[in-house]
Design a protein around this ligand. Structure first.
Ligand SMILES: Nc1ncnc2c1ncn2[C@@H]1O[C@H](COP(=O)(O)OS(=O)(=O)O)[C@@H](OP(=O)(O)O)[C@H]1O
Length: 168
């Protein structure tokens, strides 16, 4: 900084002017390059696409809020009717910990699976109260291959005595 000040004092005014004009000119050149590389059409087109795919997500509550904030990653992600149906069925079953059921092994496409098959989960979300576990669950269940319990199952802390038959 001190060097820059000293340097600018030593330079005559004409040189300072030249330096300023070089700066302004390089800024202008950067702007022109930017305009050439990213024409306004493409930017507008991309934002319109995102908006359209977002509007096709008729989900409810937190899921809808999360989908909006994720800018609706892909249309294949949108499988509202069957997924919501399963979730509503799960909500009627006894409450329990947050669980995420996932098919890792070779499996048929999720669209061919029947809902209501009682299986133990492949993954469990463990967390303290107010630790954001609900948010984690909502983000993970956006994935089309994930089936999650409708409510927190609380198997290990409240319903362990009921056994695996209840848990399934
Ligand atoms: N990413 C992120 N950043 C900051 N805060 C967050 C985040 N995700 C969830 N939350 C807040 O966590 C609270 C809910 O946590 P849980 O889902 O674990 O609650 S619960 O115990 O299962 O009911 C809840 O706080 P309160 O609104 O004070 O209840 C959420 O707002």
């Amino acid at each position: 900084m001190a060097c820059a000040l000293l340097f600018s004092r030593l330079l005559p005014i004409s040189h300072r002017l030249t330096r300023t004009s070089v700066c302004v000119f390089s800024l202008f050149l950067s702007y022109v390059c930017y305009c050439l590389l990213f024409p306004a059409d493409t930017i507008i087109q991309r934002s319109v696409d995102v908006t359209l795919s977002c509007q096709r997500v008729p989900t409810q509550g937190a899921k809808m809020r999360i989908r909006k904030s994720l800018s609706c990653v892909s249309p294949s992600d949108v499988r509202p009717t069957t997924g919501e149906e399963a979730r509503l069925k799960g909500a009627q079953s006894p409450p329990s910990g947050v669980q995420v059921a996932r098919n890792d092994t070779p499996s048929p496409p999720m669209s061919n699976l029947k809902f209501g098959n009682k299986k133990l989960p492949n993954a469990i979300i463990v967390g303290v109260k107010k630790g954001g576990t609900r948010a984690v669950l909502e983000f993970i269940r956006i994935h089309p291959d994930v089936r999650a319990a409708g409510t927190e199952t609380h198997f290990f802390d409240r319903n362990y005595d009921r056994g695996l038959e209840w848990y399934r």
